[in-house]
Design a protein around this ligand. Structure first.
Ligand code: ZN
Length: 201
């Protein structure tokens, strides 16, 4: 029986710090614009140092020229044309253009992360969801899941599933695939997935 190991823990921490900094930056934008820019600057240092790749919706939160957090209607002007979206930084005038299909696909998708320790081990879940539907999901951690190679099949079966159906889907998967995970059950996995879906990213 093999173990699933936590990978890139440092990267995950870096990612959490970056997301927190971007959040703080937005909170400070009105009253302390210089501080808001400084937080973006620090976040970008961390991104470079740890080679963190941000999801598209996060990448567009700040101006790459002057580090101003971009908020449509406040610090940014967003224009949509036939094939693309342009975002103008109202602080320095820098314009970024993106193909529209990406914007459409990513728009509104939320990311979440959660972890929980059970007698069987630590379960970590990272996912993206929109309108209660899972778009992407990665289950990692340090727990028994046998046969191990079925874990990616389980992830696959959860893509496009409704978060509210996750418990039923995993239960069925355990029965059909004769999954064994000593020290935790299908309901444990479902619990962490629901936590990740509720987590604020
Ligand atoms: Zn700018």
């Amino acid at each position: 029986m093999k173990w699933k190991r936590i990978k890139d823990n440092r990267k995950k921490t870096a990612m959490r710090h970056v997301e927190r900094l971007l959040e703080l930056s937005l909170q400070n934008l009105d009253e302390h614009p210089e501080r808001a820019k400084r937080y973006v600057e620090i976040a970008r240092d961390i991104i470079l140092k740890h080679k963190v790749s941000l999801p598209l919706d996060k990448k567009r939160l700040f101006c790459k020229e002057c580090n101003t957090p971009l908020v449509p209607g406040k610090t940014a002007r967003v224009r949509t044309r036939a094939q693309r979206v342009s975002i103008t930084c109202l602080n320095c005038g820098n314009v970024k253009r993106y193909p529209f299909y990406k914007e459409k696909r990513q728009f509104g998708a939320r990311r979440g992360y959660a972890e929980k320790k059970y007698p069987g081990g630590l379960v970590c879940v990272e996912l993206a969801h929109k309108d209660g539907q899972i778009r992407r999901i990665k289950i990692t951690g340090d727990f028994f899941f046998y046969p191990e190679e079925r874990l990616s099949d389980l992830e696959h079966s959860l893509v496009k599933a409704k978060v509210s159906d996750v418990g039923a889907i995993i239960g069925r998967f355990y029965r059909d695939e004769k999954i064994e995970s000593p020290g935790m059950g299908p309901e444990s996995l479902a619990e962490v997935i629901e936590m990740a879906a509720k987590a604020k990213s």
